[in-house]
Ligand binder design. Sequence first.
Ligand SMILES: [Zn+2]
Length: 297
Amino acid sequence: MSRRAGIRTGFLMAAGLLLATSPLATSLLAQGTAPAAGGARPVQAQTAQSQPTQVQPAQVQQAQPAQIQANQSAQTSPAAPRPTRFVVVLDAAHGGDDSGAQLDNAVAEKTVTLALSVQLRSLLAARGFAVVTTRESNVSIDSDARAQVANHVPAAACISLHASMIGSGVHVFVSSLGPTTPTRFLAWKTAQSAYVTRSLRLASTVNSALQHSSDSGSGAIPVLLARTSLAGVDSMACPAVAVEVAPIRDTDRTITTAVTDTGYQTQIAQALAAALLEWRTELLGDGPGSGGAVRQP
Ligand SMILES: [Zn+2]
Protein backbone atom coordinates (compact mmCIF):
# COMPACT_ATOMS: atom_id res chain seq x y z
CA MET A 1 0.00 0.00 0.00
CA SER A 2 1.06 3.60 -0.34
CA ARG A 3 3.43 4.98 2.18
CA ARG A 4 0.80 7.03 3.91
CA ALA A 5 -2.13 4.74 3.48
CA GLY A 6 -2.03 3.56 7.03
CA ILE A 7 -1.60 6.94 8.62
CA ARG A 8 -4.47 8.88 10.03
CA THR A 9 -3.58 11.95 11.92
CA GLY A 10 -6.87 13.49 12.87
CA PHE A 11 -6.59 12.20 16.38
CA LEU A 12 -6.93 14.57 19.31
CA MET A 13 -4.85 17.64 19.80
CA ALA A 14 -1.22 18.18 19.05
CA ALA A 15 0.96 20.77 20.69
CA GLY A 16 3.88 19.61 18.60
CA LEU A 17 4.60 19.16 14.94
CA LEU A 18 2.38 16.86 12.94
CA LEU A 19 4.46 14.00 11.73
CA ALA A 20 2.93 12.16 8.85
CA THR A 21 6.49 11.30 7.91
CA SER A 22 7.60 10.15 11.32
CA PRO A 23 10.31 7.53 11.02
CA LEU A 24 8.29 5.37 13.34
CA ALA A 25 5.30 5.51 11.08
CA THR A 26 7.45 5.08 8.02
CA SER A 27 9.50 2.19 9.27
CA LEU A 28 6.50 0.42 10.63
CA LEU A 29 4.60 0.89 7.45
CA ALA A 30 7.53 -0.48 5.55
CA GLN A 31 7.15 -3.70 7.42
CA GLY A 32 3.86 -4.32 5.68
CA THR A 33 1.50 -4.43 8.58
CA ALA A 34 -1.68 -4.24 6.59
CA PRO A 35 -4.19 -6.80 7.70
CA ALA A 36 -3.34 -9.93 5.77
CA ALA A 37 -5.38 -12.93 5.02
CA GLY A 38 -2.62 -15.18 6.24
CA GLY A 39 -3.15 -18.89 6.46
CA ALA A 40 -4.72 -20.17 9.58
CA ARG A 41 -2.20 -21.34 12.06
CA PRO A 42 -3.10 -23.06 15.26
CA VAL A 43 -3.24 -20.98 18.36
CA GLN A 44 -2.82 -21.83 21.93
CA ALA A 45 -4.41 -18.85 23.55
CA GLN A 46 -2.73 -17.61 26.69
CA THR A 47 -4.84 -16.61 29.60
CA ALA A 48 -4.35 -14.76 32.80
CA GLN A 49 -3.13 -17.38 35.16
CA SER A 50 0.61 -16.97 35.01
CA GLN A 51 2.37 -13.65 35.15
CA PRO A 52 6.10 -13.83 34.66
CA THR A 53 7.81 -10.65 35.75
CA GLN A 54 10.17 -10.96 32.83
CA VAL A 55 9.99 -12.84 29.60
CA GLN A 56 13.13 -13.66 27.72
CA PRO A 57 12.90 -13.37 23.97
CA ALA A 58 13.87 -17.01 23.61
CA GLN A 59 10.65 -17.93 25.34
CA VAL A 60 8.44 -15.98 23.04
CA GLN A 61 9.87 -16.48 19.57
CA GLN A 62 7.97 -19.66 18.99
CA ALA A 63 4.53 -19.88 17.54
CA GLN A 64 3.18 -17.14 15.33
CA PRO A 65 -0.49 -17.57 15.84
CA ALA A 66 -3.04 -16.36 13.36
CA GLN A 67 -5.55 -15.85 16.09
CA ILE A 68 -5.50 -15.24 19.75
CA GLN A 69 -8.12 -15.55 22.37
CA ALA A 70 -9.41 -12.20 23.50
CA ASN A 71 -8.39 -10.90 26.87
CA GLN A 72 -11.32 -11.47 29.17
CA SER A 73 -11.35 -7.85 30.23
CA ALA A 74 -12.06 -6.78 26.67
CA GLN A 75 -15.24 -8.70 26.39
CA THR A 76 -18.43 -6.81 26.75
CA SER A 77 -20.28 -9.59 28.49
CA PRO A 78 -20.22 -8.95 32.24
CA ALA A 79 -20.68 -12.62 33.00
CA ALA A 80 -18.12 -14.02 35.39
CA PRO A 81 -15.09 -11.87 34.59
CA ARG A 82 -11.90 -13.71 35.22
CA PRO A 83 -9.65 -11.95 37.73
CA THR A 84 -6.71 -10.46 35.93
CA ARG A 85 -3.67 -8.93 37.57
CA PHE A 86 -2.67 -5.49 36.49
CA VAL A 87 0.46 -6.04 34.47
CA VAL A 88 2.22 -3.46 32.33
CA VAL A 89 4.28 -4.52 29.33
CA LEU A 90 7.20 -2.30 28.34
CA ASP A 91 8.49 -2.80 24.83
CA ALA A 92 11.87 -1.24 24.10
CA ALA A 93 11.74 -1.05 20.31
CA HIS A 94 14.61 -2.25 18.10
CA GLY A 95 17.66 -4.02 19.53
CA GLY A 96 20.45 -6.26 18.34
CA ASP A 97 21.05 -5.92 14.61
CA ASP A 98 18.19 -3.45 14.39
CA SER A 99 19.65 -0.22 15.75
CA GLY A 100 16.67 1.93 14.83
CA ALA A 101 17.33 5.58 14.09
CA GLN A 102 20.66 7.28 14.62
CA LEU A 103 20.09 9.91 17.29
CA ASP A 104 22.07 12.85 18.52
CA ASN A 105 25.53 12.27 19.99
CA ALA A 106 25.83 9.18 17.76
CA VAL A 107 23.57 7.18 20.01
CA ALA A 108 21.36 4.49 18.46
CA GLU A 109 17.62 4.50 19.03
CA LYS A 110 17.80 0.96 20.42
CA THR A 111 20.00 2.24 23.23
CA VAL A 112 17.64 5.04 24.21
CA THR A 113 14.55 2.84 24.11
CA LEU A 114 16.19 0.30 26.38
CA ALA A 115 17.34 3.01 28.80
CA LEU A 116 13.82 4.39 28.96
CA SER A 117 12.37 0.92 29.47
CA VAL A 118 14.78 0.14 32.29
CA GLN A 119 14.10 3.46 34.00
CA LEU A 120 10.34 3.19 33.64
CA ARG A 121 10.36 -0.38 34.81
CA SER A 122 12.16 0.70 37.95
CA LEU A 123 9.69 3.54 38.61
CA LEU A 124 6.75 1.19 38.12
CA ALA A 125 8.21 -1.55 40.27
CA ALA A 126 8.63 0.99 43.07
CA ARG A 127 4.92 1.70 42.79
CA GLY A 128 3.92 -1.92 43.06
CA PHE A 129 3.32 -2.68 39.40
CA ALA A 130 3.97 -6.04 37.87
CA VAL A 131 6.06 -5.27 34.80
CA VAL A 132 6.97 -7.48 31.86
CA THR A 133 9.53 -6.31 29.33
CA THR A 134 10.09 -7.50 25.80
CA ARG A 135 13.84 -7.14 26.19
CA GLU A 136 16.35 -6.36 28.90
CA SER A 137 19.45 -6.21 26.77
CA ASN A 138 20.71 -5.49 23.27
CA VAL A 139 18.98 -8.36 21.50
CA SER A 140 16.91 -8.66 18.34
CA ILE A 141 13.26 -9.44 18.75
CA ASP A 142 10.68 -9.30 16.00
CA SER A 143 7.33 -7.59 16.15
CA ASP A 144 5.33 -10.81 16.43
CA ALA A 145 7.39 -11.87 19.41
CA ARG A 146 6.81 -8.50 21.05
CA ALA A 147 3.06 -8.85 20.61
CA GLN A 148 3.25 -12.35 21.92
CA VAL A 149 4.79 -11.12 25.15
CA ALA A 150 1.92 -8.67 25.65
CA ASN A 151 -0.71 -11.23 24.75
CA HIS A 152 0.77 -13.93 26.92
CA VAL A 153 0.46 -11.82 30.06
CA PRO A 154 -2.22 -10.51 29.23
CA ALA A 155 -1.38 -6.86 29.74
CA ALA A 156 -3.49 -4.09 31.23
CA ALA A 157 -1.36 -1.69 29.18
CA CYS A 158 1.56 -1.87 26.80
CA ILE A 159 3.94 0.99 26.11
CA SER A 160 6.14 0.52 23.05
CA LEU A 161 9.10 2.90 23.24
CA HIS A 162 10.77 4.55 20.26
CA ALA A 163 13.03 7.56 19.69
CA SER A 164 13.51 9.85 16.72
CA MET A 165 15.34 12.94 15.53
CA ILE A 166 12.30 14.19 13.63
CA GLY A 167 9.87 16.64 15.14
CA SER A 168 9.84 18.01 18.64
CA GLY A 169 8.81 16.50 21.94
CA VAL A 170 6.98 13.22 22.41
CA HIS A 171 4.79 11.52 19.81
CA VAL A 172 2.13 9.17 21.07
CA PHE A 173 0.81 6.77 18.45
CA VAL A 174 -2.25 4.58 18.54
CA SER A 175 -2.94 1.89 15.95
CA SER A 176 -4.88 3.13 12.94
CA LEU A 177 -7.00 -0.02 12.92
CA GLY A 178 -10.69 0.72 13.16
CA PRO A 179 -12.48 -0.41 16.29
CA THR A 180 -14.27 -3.73 16.21
CA THR A 181 -16.51 -5.49 18.64
CA PRO A 182 -14.45 -7.85 20.76
CA THR A 183 -14.98 -11.47 19.96
CA ARG A 184 -13.62 -14.51 21.62
CA PHE A 185 -10.98 -15.04 18.97
CA LEU A 186 -9.14 -12.22 17.28
CA ALA A 187 -7.14 -12.29 14.06
CA TRP A 188 -3.49 -12.00 14.98
CA LYS A 189 -2.63 -9.21 12.54
CA THR A 190 -5.52 -7.02 13.66
CA ALA A 191 -6.09 -8.04 17.27
CA GLN A 192 -5.57 -4.45 18.39
CA SER A 193 -8.80 -3.42 16.66
CA ALA A 194 -10.76 -4.85 19.59
CA TYR A 195 -8.76 -2.68 21.98
CA VAL A 196 -8.18 0.46 19.98
CA THR A 197 -10.89 2.44 21.75
CA ARG A 198 -9.20 1.80 25.06
CA SER A 199 -5.81 2.47 23.50
CA LEU A 200 -7.08 5.93 22.57
CA ARG A 201 -8.05 6.48 26.19
CA LEU A 202 -4.64 5.29 27.30
CA ALA A 203 -3.04 7.73 24.85
CA SER A 204 -5.11 10.54 26.34
CA THR A 205 -3.94 9.57 29.80
CA VAL A 206 -0.33 9.53 28.62
CA ASN A 207 -0.79 12.89 26.91
CA SER A 208 -2.24 14.42 30.04
CA ALA A 209 0.62 13.14 32.17
CA LEU A 210 3.20 14.50 29.72
CA GLN A 211 1.43 17.87 29.63
CA HIS A 212 1.56 18.03 33.41
CA SER A 213 5.13 16.84 33.67
CA SER A 214 6.39 20.42 33.59
CA ASP A 215 4.80 20.89 37.01
CA SER A 216 7.90 19.30 38.45
CA GLY A 217 9.94 22.31 37.34
CA SER A 218 11.12 21.09 33.95
CA GLY A 219 9.96 22.73 30.77
CA ALA A 220 6.81 21.63 29.04
CA ILE A 221 7.11 18.76 26.61
CA PRO A 222 5.32 19.24 23.28
CA VAL A 223 3.12 16.23 22.61
CA LEU A 224 1.80 14.94 19.31
CA LEU A 225 -1.00 12.40 19.27
CA ALA A 226 -1.46 10.50 16.04
CA ARG A 227 -2.52 7.18 14.60
CA THR A 228 -0.55 4.90 12.36
CA SER A 229 -0.08 1.30 11.37
CA LEU A 230 2.07 -0.22 14.08
CA ALA A 231 3.77 -3.57 13.59
CA GLY A 232 3.61 -5.44 16.85
CA VAL A 233 1.11 -3.10 18.45
CA ASP A 234 -1.48 -4.02 15.80
CA SER A 235 -1.28 -7.60 17.07
CA MET A 236 -1.54 -6.74 20.74
CA ALA A 237 -4.73 -7.73 22.51
CA CYS A 238 -4.50 -5.03 25.16
CA PRO A 239 -4.58 -1.24 25.43
CA ALA A 240 -1.35 -0.24 23.73
CA VAL A 241 0.42 2.92 22.61
CA ALA A 242 3.75 3.67 20.99
CA VAL A 243 5.66 6.53 22.60
CA GLU A 244 8.32 8.10 20.38
CA VAL A 245 10.75 10.52 22.00
CA ALA A 246 12.15 13.32 19.83
CA PRO A 247 14.36 16.24 20.82
CA ILE A 248 12.73 19.43 22.04
CA ARG A 249 13.26 22.24 19.53
CA ASP A 250 12.66 25.97 19.72
CA THR A 251 10.71 27.93 17.16
CA ASP A 252 13.58 28.00 14.65
CA ARG A 253 13.94 24.22 14.94
CA THR A 254 17.15 24.35 16.94
CA ILE A 255 17.42 21.51 19.41
CA THR A 256 17.21 22.75 22.97
CA THR A 257 16.96 19.35 24.67
CA ALA A 258 18.55 16.27 23.12
CA VAL A 259 16.92 12.85 23.11
CA THR A 260 19.98 11.63 24.98
CA ASP A 261 19.53 14.20 27.77
CA THR A 262 19.15 12.06 30.87
CA GLY A 263 17.03 14.68 32.64
CA TYR A 264 14.65 14.71 29.68
CA GLN A 265 14.47 10.93 29.65
CA THR A 266 13.73 10.90 33.36
CA GLN A 267 10.98 13.49 32.94
CA ILE A 268 9.37 11.31 30.30
CA ALA A 269 9.74 8.11 32.31
CA GLN A 270 8.19 9.83 35.33
CA ALA A 271 5.31 11.12 33.24
CA LEU A 272 4.69 7.66 31.80
CA ALA A 273 4.76 6.18 35.30
CA ALA A 274 2.23 8.80 36.41
CA ALA A 275 0.05 7.96 33.42
CA LEU A 276 0.12 4.27 34.25
CA LEU A 277 -0.73 5.02 37.87
CA GLU A 278 -3.73 6.96 36.64
CA TRP A 279 -4.60 4.12 34.28
CA ARG A 280 -4.41 1.59 37.08
CA THR A 281 -6.61 3.76 39.27
CA GLU A 282 -9.16 3.95 36.47
CA LEU A 283 -9.25 0.20 36.09
CA LEU A 284 -8.80 -0.97 39.65
CA GLY A 285 -10.27 1.93 41.54
CA ASP A 286 -7.30 2.22 43.84
CA GLY A 287 -3.58 1.89 43.77
CA PRO A 288 -1.52 -0.18 46.10
CA GLY A 289 -2.99 -3.63 45.51
CA SER A 290 -1.59 -4.37 42.11
CA GLY A 291 -2.96 -7.87 42.35
CA GLY A 292 -6.58 -6.84 42.12
CA ALA A 293 -9.00 -7.83 39.43
CA VAL A 294 -9.34 -5.59 36.43
CA ARG A 295 -12.77 -4.09 36.14
CA GLN A 296 -14.72 -3.91 33.00
CA PRO A 297 -13.90 -0.33 31.98
ZN1 LIG B 1 11.74 3.16 16.35
